[in-house]
Design a binder for this molecule. Sequence first.
Ligand SMILES: N[C@@H](CCC(=O)N[C@@H](CS)C(=O)NCC(=O)O)C(=O)O
Length: 367
Amino acid sequence: MTWAPYILYGLPHSLYTGKSRSYLRKQGVRYVERTPAHPVYRDEILPAIKRSIIPVLVCPDKSIVQDSVDILDYFERRGAPVSARPPGPRQLIAAHVLEIYGSVGMTRHAMHYRWSYADQQAEFLKDAFAGRGEVMGRMASYLPALGVTPETIPAIEASYLRLLDILNAHFAEHPYLFGGQPSIGDYGLLGPLFAHLGRDPVPEAIMKQRAPRVFRWVERMNAPDLDVPEYRDPPDGYLPNDAIPETLRPLLVHAAEELFPELTDKLAFLARHVAEQGCRPGEPVSAKPHQRMIGKVVTTFCGAPFESGAAPYTMYLWQRITDDYAAMDAAAQASVRALLDACGLSAFLDAERPFRVERRDHIEVWG
Ligand SMILES: N[C@@H](CCC(=O)N[C@@H](CS)C(=O)NCC(=O)O)C(=O)O
């Protein structure tokens, strides 16, 4: 038997590594995790992917997959034993929405609770970042563009407590978002809820005391098995009949209230940019691979104004919703439409997106 044919470059406190690691464990994939400080990352990975970023998966055939979404897709295409894509149309689209909420919406909560409270958890962060002050400084410098400002912080904290209450009530009934099997929505939410909010001392204490069921779900997501001993009749797989549990609707409404108008404001900016610059298919979205934001947009978070960085990558996530929706038959589309309408999420289907974002050679390019 060959041991550990996959290598995952990542770190314990990294949001997107946490999401990918949890997925590898649930699939029973044999892997070893290495720090990006490893010489092979510097000598072989960095020249291939052209920017310092984690997670990076190196496959047995030596091919490289960067990006947590692409890592999950890589295994889904090969037939994952515990697929993260629910077969039901409503569950699938709701899972996409929560994937976006975890990746785009919740980086704000995650980065706030890590860096605004840096003094109260200094030893922990220093250890995690191996005392590298310049990396810590760079991470903390992202806060304003993520919408963490004195004006938004009260809304971010209120939002986080409300999210914990919604999830705590949901996990009292169901082990995962859609029943007995984790979906791309679970993995998307796990990124922030594990790496930052479920580990850094200040937010971890809030989670454990206010929402013990959420803390248990974080443990469950990191277990190699389904880890459901506290449920009397743990469901087998996703809930039948494409059911959306009642306890999940408040979560979708919560995500809608926070994702919009920010996403539509960013879309309008990016559409203008593409039209004005005459961006051509296949062209990288930014001048340098490490540059993710290509401009600033004035938008609001829960009514509080802030200037947000606009990253084309967000549209790469959004178009996954419309691509899957477009592939459905009319009855499935109608059931998805009714759910999104009821939860304030129909802009995901209705907003006109006159361009695409694809990934080629590990970076985002215009489609
Ligand atoms: N879209 C990427 C995002 C990855 C990402 O942002 N990784 C962070 C660590 S969690 C990183 O490497 N940041 C380096 C930096 O911003 O300098 C993914 O899903 O993998």
